[in-house]
Design a protein around this ligand. Structure first.
Ligand code: URA
Length: 245
C-alpha cells in the first residue's frame, strides 16, 4: 500500500506537492469515489482517476545486473558514455540503479523503479552486507588489514567495522587480492580504505550484495530478482545495523 499522492507523482502526473493539491481540490477518485484526505493509501489494484482520466500505475520491477567496467551507474550521461540502463533496452518501466558502483568497478548492481526499496537499501544507518574483491598494489601486512577491520579515519569520518581477508598474493608482480566485506556504502569507500593503508586498488569488483551473488551471469548480463529475493533483501536491510559485521 502506498500513499495516494505518491502514486500520482510516480505515474508522472504531477509533483508530490501538486498531487496533494489535486486531492484536496477533489479532482482525484479512487474506485469511483472522490477522495479528499491526504493520508489515503492505495494498492496496485485500486482504480485511480485524476480529472476522470485513469492513472496507470507502473508495476514494480527489480533487476540484478553484472555491471562491466567502463559503465556509469546512472540512467543518462551528458558525455554520451555507456550507462547501466543501456543493458535494459526492452524494459518500459523507469528503472534506476540502487546506489552506485564506480565507472571502473564491475559487479553486482540492483536496478528498480521502487523508490521505497531503493531508499531502504541505501539508508546510511542500515546497510546490507556487500562483498568486494580488490586487486591492490603491493602486499599489505596483516596489521594494516586489521586496521581496516577495526575502522579507519577517512575524510568523511571513521569507517564501521569491516571484514578484510588477503585471499592471494603475487610476490613477483607485487600485487595482492583482498576480500573486503562492508555494511556501509560510502562513495568510493573500498578504494579510499585501501589507499589509506598505502595499497591503491588496481581492479575492483562487487561479488555479493546481501544474499545475492553473480552466479550464472557474465559481465553485461542481468536477470530479474524473484519476489523471495526482494523480500529477503528488505528484511536484511531492516535488521542489518551498521557496526555489526
Ligand atoms: N567502493 C569503491 O571504492 N567503489 C565502488 O564502486 C564500490 C565500493
Amino acid at each position: 500500500m502506498e500513499r495516494l499522492q505518491k502514486v500520482i507523482a510516480h505515474a508522472g502526473i504531477a509533483s508530490r506537492r501538486k498531487a496533494e493539491e489535486l486531492i484536496l481540490n477533489g479532482r482525484v477518485k479512487v474506485n469511483g469515489k472522490t477522495i479528499k484526505e491526504l493520508g489515503t493509501k492505495v494498492s496496485t489494484t485500486d482504480k485511480i482517476e485524476v480529472d476522470e482520466v485513469p492513472v496507470v500505475q507502473e508495476e514494480k520491477k527489480y533487476f540484478l545486473l553484472y555491471k562491466p567496467r567502463g559503465v556509469i551507474s546512472a540512467v543518462s550521461d551528458d558525455k554520451g558514455r555507456k550507462v547501466v540502463t543501456d543493458f535494459f533496452p526492452n524494459i518500459e518501466e523507469r528503472i534506476y540503479p540502487v546506489g552506485r558502483l564506480d565507472y571502473d568497478t564491475s559487479g553486482l548492481l540492483i536496478l528498480t523503479n521502487d523508490g521505497e526499496f531503493s531508499n531502504l537499501l541505501t539508508h546510511p544507518r542500515y546497510g546490507v552486507k556487500k562483498v568486494y574483491i580488490a586487486k591492490v598494489k603491493g602486499i599489505p601486512a596483516k596489521e594494516a588489514l586489521k586496521k581496516l577491520e577495526r575502522g579507519i579515519h577517512l575524510e568523511d569520518g571513521k569507517t564501521a567495522p569491516a571484514k578484510v581477508n588477503l585471499t592471494s598474493l603475487d610476490k613477483r608482480k607485487g600485487t595482492a587480492i583482498i576480500e573486503v566485506t562492508l555494511h556501509e556504502g560510502r562513495n568510493r569507500q573500498v578504494r579510499r580504505m585501501l589507499e589509506a593503508i598505502g595499497h591503491p586498488v588496481m581492479k575492483l569488483k562487487r561479488e555479493q550484495y546481501g544474499s545475492l551473488n553473480l552466479h550464472g551471469l557474465n559481465a553485461g548480463e542481468s536477470r530479474e530478482l524473484t519476489l523471495h529475493e526482494v523480500k529477503h533483501l528488505r528484511t536484511l536491510a531492516q535488521t542489518g545495523k551498521i557496526g555489526h559485521i
